[in-house]
Design a protein around this ligand. Sequence first.
Ligand code: 5AD
Length: 350
Amino acid sequence: MKKAEILEWLKTEAPEKLETLWRRSDEVRKANVGDEVHLRGLIEVSNICARDCGYCGIRVGNTDVCRYRMSADEIMESVQLAVQYGYGTVVLQAGEDYGITRDWLTDIISRIKQTADLAITLSLGEREDDELLAWRQAGADRYLLRFETSNRELYDRIHPPLPGRVSDRFQILRRLREIGFEVGSGIMVGIPGQSYDDLANDILLFKEYDIDMIGIGPYIPHPGTPLGMAPDENACPDGEQVPGTELMTCKVVALTRILCPLINIPSTTALATINRVEGREHGLSRGANIVMPNLTPRKYRELYEIYPAKASCDENADESNSRIKNRINAMGRVIGAGRGDSANKLNRVA
Ligand code: 5AD
């Protein structure tokens, strides 16, 4: 699919036309990754963050946040829940927390690998090369780092770098691939200042970089952030601003599935947050094949507030688990068995 066609779809409003997009993306999903929906148990290990991203509720500049970091034992307890619920993967996610040291996490990765037959995904921000290497060697399988937007000027505006460093997520993504990680990335849809042209470029980059999994969620304004407080000042002029709607997010999911048939695509929590009734289902029926139920202990959940009113904030792990499984079954889809490795990566390596 060429850029002009992507742009046309992104701007299409007609429901009957969109039905053909949904049908096509669902067919491509079924033919390439099947009916299985793989579950990844998300453990939000720490909300401490060194970075000051303009959109994110746990940015260092948001002094209203009560900070936490889970202990190794707490993490292991959450991992046990993943085993109990039959998940194939745990995702350890945190702010860019340098209190999560190379050696501390290396030990935890080894402990998980010794006790459970699980894939481990890390989502810990822009970390140093020696850290990524050590974690990979200890057995971590995958790494998630969204590039958020391919518009460099917009990226720079909303991602102040750490002093003396350049933030180059594409460079890190290439490095992760080289080290042998299964590589995940993604974007937010509707960032103030993101144009339709930018969004089409993002989708083309997923393909060009041959990323193994892509997370796509709507941008949700957070009042404790510069971008959340002044959306209009940052928006694109003249009808070029992408809306952060459920519909636009689903279009990006569908187009991504059509362009990258073998990758894993989660139906994201952000999508489930802006449409609590059927956001998850819409993601899954328009190209997604992954869901990430939250395993974070109840007491920490509302503290990991990257955006407001996050779905699953008011549940414990048991409730998230059964609610998500019920919804998948009700759609006639199958809970995935095994680790759910990316068919895209397996295909590339083969
Ligand atoms: N709205 C939507 N998504 C957000 N993220 C961070 N802040 C927000 C927000 N306000 C997403 C980013 C990040 C992921 C972990 O959460 O894309 O990569």
